[in-house]
Design a protein around this ligand. Sequence first.
Ligand code: PEP
Ligand code: MG
Length: 874
Amino acid sequence: MSKKYCYLFTEGNAKMREILGGKGANLAEMTNIGLPVPQGFTISTEACTKYYDDGKKINPEIQAEIMQYIDKMEKITGKKFGDHNNPLLVSVRSGARASMPGMMDTILNLGLNEDVVNVIANKSNNPRWAWDCYRRFIQMYSDVVMEVGKKYFEQLIDKMKEEKGTHEDTDLTADDLKKLANQFKAEYKSKIGKDFPADPKEQLYGAIEAVFRSWDNPRANVYRRDNDIPYSWGTAVNVQMMAFGNMGETSGTGVAFTRDPATGEKKLMGEFLMNAQGEDVVAGVRTPMKIEKMAEIMPDVFEQFKAICATLENHYRDMQDMEFTIEDKKLYMLQTRNGKRTAKAALKIACDLVDEGMITEQQAVMMIDPRNLDTLLHPQFDAKALKAANPIGKGLGASPGAACGQIVFTAEDAESWKKAGKKVILVRLETSPEDITGMKAAQGILTVRGGMTSHAAVVARGMGTCCVSGCQEIKMDEENKKFTLSGKTYKEGDIISLDGSTGNIYGSAIPTVDAAIVGEFSRIMSWADKYRKLKVRTNADTPRDAKKARELGAEGIGLCRTEHMFFDPERIAAFREMICSDNVADREIALDKILPYQQGDFEKLYEALEGCPVCIRFLDPPLHEFLPTEEHDIAELAKSLHKTVEDIKNIIASLHEFNPMMGHRGCRLTVTYPEIARMQTRAVIRAAINVSKKHPDWKIVPEIMIPLVGEVKEFKFNKDIVVETADAEIKAAGVDLHYEVGTMIEIPRAALTADEIAKEADFFCFGTNDLTQMTFGFSRDDAGKFLGAYYDTKIYESDPFARLDQKGVGKLMKMSIELGKPANEHLHVGICGEHGGDPSSVEFCHKIGLDYVSCSPFRVPIARLAAAQAALKK
Ligand code: PEP
Ligand code: MG
């Protein structure tokens, strides 16, 4: 039997959203439960996929099926397309599996032509309505199907209103509207070169194709990427008999929510317009009335509507967002869906529904979008002020939050301005580890280069600082401390605002309000914790971040990047001395200066984590990153080390690498400078011993993690140094301390030989930033430059540095576990790449059996919730 592509509303139900789309499935469900729904049929999402597979054509088989369903629809409604007695008019609407409000196209009043307009005008004795429908149809069809552009038609309406001396569409008479319809048709002909189509079936094909096409329009593509909606899903098309809200003062149309989508409060919220069609409410042509007003205008209809709202909320057990039309006092439901809501409202609604006995705790956990929680954890712009502001540019929303401050161009300026009591935004071409103190001092960070895992993005997320990265439209002049964006020049001291969630940049101050964690938030989190299997750790390098992460529910540190600890002024001096040393003895002298700092830092981390696991990763970046680049800094370093400027420049030149990310870094540093690993081991073990003495009830088991391993012998070389040093320390202290040595899996070869490595390692932790970089073979710092083209061409649908590539990188992870666990039954496995805080990646980690995910502090609640959802998903 050939595949079925069309379904009458009576043939579907709410569970069929994969093929009917959300709107189609819910129209079917509302039909099933006996609500007043104008009847029709849904063309499936599979027909859309087929349309694209067939080179953007509706194939004859599907065309024939659509024809059959028009026949069926004509029988059900008793109306016929183009009929001179009882003509059928339909709406054609998109509806994907996941709701994408406003992203795709809709056409109303389809089926009209000169003859049909006259028929309905006479039959209804309401020519004004008939001509209003026709002019609307021509306008929408021209815009959506033929892409003529709305503005030409709007200009004609404005001209007509001006001639009539009115502001309201409703003041236009039947004759005016007839004149408009004819003007619209002339406009159409002048733009398209053909007459406006009169055959309803031709109109219908055009509309169906336009809806399919709209699946691939730019705003839909962006929305899908932001919301993890796969391109492969396609959209369904709903062909539905029209109900008319524009038939006069006993007709109307509106939208309503069963609860307040902004606050979650349990009260009906909505707006409606009398004598109007759907798009008038959203388009802002006229100011709609509050839904309560319906009680005065049409009390019976309002009562019926309230009852339907209650039925729908009860049925779906969630807040509903509905569209309705009243045709001459008769109410029709045109749509219902689980309403979009703010994070705050989502938490309140979920908790209220549990308290009302409508849903279980598990269902409450499942209904919150983890990504939404982000907005609750950072300072936010005042919503009203934000709405009124116009962005001057857009980058990647790399670290959420709202920031407003004066522009500075260097990390030093950020620090000194902050000390002077100013709020600053650090604007850089790109950031390097050297900028860290400046980044800390800034309210927000804006970079011209870099993607979601660029240094700026990772560090900012770790600190919970707002960051917009990769705004390539900026013309940067760092030297003269200014940049140009959207034709305007911004200088040091000018005020800008950044929205780290949307990536928007604003050229003025927008006031912010502090984020508050309300009661429902912790209630939902405690339910999530009950059901999740994955542990959630954090990536934190400072006691401040660690403490914040603990507050947000982290159960350990999964990654402490030790290099971030070297950038304080007094430390960097010793570290540079170490790098510039000519021999081992000198290097060890310099390292001895660093040791107490590191030990002190680790002690504070152990204290902050209160006995929970702390995984410390040894030095990872190439050494050149720690050396100065500015002439005066080089001169100063030379002076302090009693070397010449030439000597220092030679050292810097000797450390230059063409491809530093694949260069002398990670465990390779230990192979050439074992003394660095010795110092770091001493610092870790001494810190653990000291804190254990203070807190004998905490069972501290230091985890030492070796980065960038690709070969077991390389790991063993590092481990031997750690073990020898650690054992000596423990022996000297006369204590009993168990510690673990594990590795990051971030080089494909490590995954491929995970069985060999697991025999030596106590744990694996997936460094999916590097693993993604090395598996794809493109740079995590530069990929942003061409990924846009990859999205446009549908080669990739999302940034693999933000959302785990489960097929490729995920396969390597799965392989590592499958090879590693049998080789070492005690092996524990986590992830500490940026994907550890991304919900779909967390779900994958759950599926392949990781023990924990580790993410930046502010993403801990997101990971907790995503882990619970992964566990609860069947
Ligand atoms: C990684 O590569 O995923 C990782 C966590 O290490 P880093 O980002 O420090 O390279
Ligand atoms: Mg790495």
